[in-house]
Design a protein around this ligand. Structure first.
Ligand code: 13P
Length: 256
């Protein structure tokens, strides 16, 4: 945790979920209405097909709804893409950008991610920018170099603590059940905090830093207790309301 920083528990549904899964979103929307909502934010990013109906389901809840990607242009001839304005039009508040699956599957560069982040900001969205090293890079002790390069390349100069969240997601921890040790997460997050502080001053010192990669109810308390970890970006475990809410609930009693 970072003192004075409000944690965010975010779920990335990836390419999972049909209308049937809306019952999980409904349960999450209901489950985050307790007293913990005064201290912790909750967000679900379903596939774009469910975005509008999900925001409608969450209207009376502190649960926020976001998207998983956007184009850098506001509109135009970009078959298959959606714009940040379209996400905002569906009452989405956040968009995940530069996820490693997009960087890998679509060869998204840091520069492209930065353009998308700027588009998200222009539409009034909060961008969740993902960074993280591959297992080869980790084995070559390049983790911090990779984080520095990705942050340098994909965070625009207008980033603030309100419009930008950074998610550290080591690629080898995504969907594998393997996580870095809390000490390793602590090193990466302390490094990112220092870099952000140097570049963005007080905004950088309070920008939220999420950890992502095999976060589960069983390991969430340990990971969320690490210094400079201000929440989680959860894949698989966010698909089930009970797991998502169990992770969210670890903040009950956790203090910075
Ligand atoms: P898992 O939690 O399934 O490992 O996915 C992490 C992730 O990629 C979230 O964006």
């Amino acid at each position: 945790m970072t003192p004075e920083v409000r944690p965010l528990i975010a779920g990335n549904w990836k390419m999972n979920g049909t209308r049937q899964s809306l019952s999980e979103i409904k349960m999450i929307a209901e489950g985050v209405q307790g007293p913990l909502s005064d201290k912790v934010d909750a967000l679900i990013c379903p596939p774009a097909t469910l975005l509008y109906v999900a925001t409608a389901l969450a209207t009376d809840s502190p649960l926020m709804i976001g998207a998983q990607d956007c184009h850098f242009a506001t509109a135009g001839a970009h078959t298959g893409d959606i714009s940040a304005d379209m996400i905002a039009d569906c009452f989405g508040t956040h968009v995940i950008l530069g996820h490693s699956e997009r960087r890998t599957d679509y060869r998204e560069s840091d520069h492209l991610v930065k353009l998308k982040v700027q588009a998200a900001h222009a539409a009034g969205l909060t961008a969740i920018i993902c960074v993280g090293e591959t297992s080869d890079e980790r084995d070559g002790y390049q983790t911090l170099d990779v984080l520095m390069r990705q942050m340098e390349g994909s965070i625009p100069p207008d980033a603030t603590a309100a419009n930008t969240v950074i998610a550290y997601e080591p690629l080898w921890a995504i969907g594998t059940g393997v996580t870095p040790t809390p000490a390793d997460v602590g090193v990466a997050h302390a490094f990112m905090r220092a870099e952000l502080g140097q570049k963005f001053g007080s905004e950088g010192r309070t920008m939220r830093l999420l950890y992502g990669g095999s976060v589960k109810p069983a390991n969430a308390r340990e990971l969320m207790s690490v210094a400079n970890v201000d929440g989680a970006l959860i894949g698989g475990a966010s698909l089930k309301a009970s797991d998502f809410l169990a992770i969210y609930s670890v903040y009950d009693g956790l203090t910075a």
